[in-house]
Design a protein around this ligand. Sequence first.
Ligand code: PBG
Length: 322
Amino acid sequence: MRRVRMQGWTRRLVAENRLSADDLIWPVFVQEGSGVSSDIAAMPGVQRHAIDRLVDAVGEAGDLGVPAIALFPYTDPARKDPDGTYATDPGNLMCRTVRALKKAHPEIGVICDVALDPYTSHGHDGLLRDGKIVNDATVEVLVRQALALADAGCDVIAPSDMMDGRVGAIRRALDDRGYTDVMIMAYAAKYASGFYGPFRDAIGSKGNLGGASKSTYQINPANGDEAIREVGLDLAEGADMVMVKPGLPYLDIVHRVKEAFHAPTFAYQVSGEFSMIRAAAERGWIDGERVMMESLLAFKRAGADGVLTYFAVEAAQKLKAG
Ligand code: PBG
């Protein structure tokens, strides 16, 4: 086995998988204001940007070959309420950002998260009634949120809420309004995970959840078959692309989803995964660049068509430098 590992040229020749900038989706955070950015304590090196700054940053990512970004808002706490009503406001921060991005960089894909957690005072992805997240009433709000984002010019709607039936409902509503070309990337296999911790700091929903968990809608980490059924339903309802989330701890699911459906399959290397690599690298315990590239390549080997990663720009820079 070692003969082909002996020299760089044979190693290159027999390499089975390759990472390219084309595989990367960059999740970004937008905040109010202009000319300002703010650090996210739990995600060193990641910032929230005001719209004008974000437009520039996204342009640079595009120049490095990153095909698309996934957009998340930091919502002013004064805009939050129990029902997340700001989510469906056509003038909200997300919609304004989408308009600015599509105007400045029409060639870069804009993927918009659909869920209520950036907007609800309790931090849940849906409507809370008598201590429960209600399904169908939430889906109605998500549909209106998706339509507002489509009106703003979003290319891909990415429902991350895990309500049942939302993909089909959003697809029908988009088609009815003439948005037959707007795609849906379903957070199909989204687990109830501790790895989302730093993200909640990024969007300002940290602490809002209190003791309540998202386990009544996100998948139990113990389960694999259930994720396959979820993905099957979302594809049947009209999802164009599906996602597994978190990433590395769920590579078995990425592999099974690709094998089962042969559909465009994405993995989300989430905030906690990013921050663990970053923190260990900052302490000098691991080689951060090397682990970044190794982790991204692992997604490709597992069968992912692409990866949502906070490392997208750094990885694209590294790939460009060779
Ligand atoms: C919520 C949403 C979450 C993430 C993306 N969309 C968090 C959650 O479900 O609590 C997490 C992303 C990350 O951790 O990087 N709709």
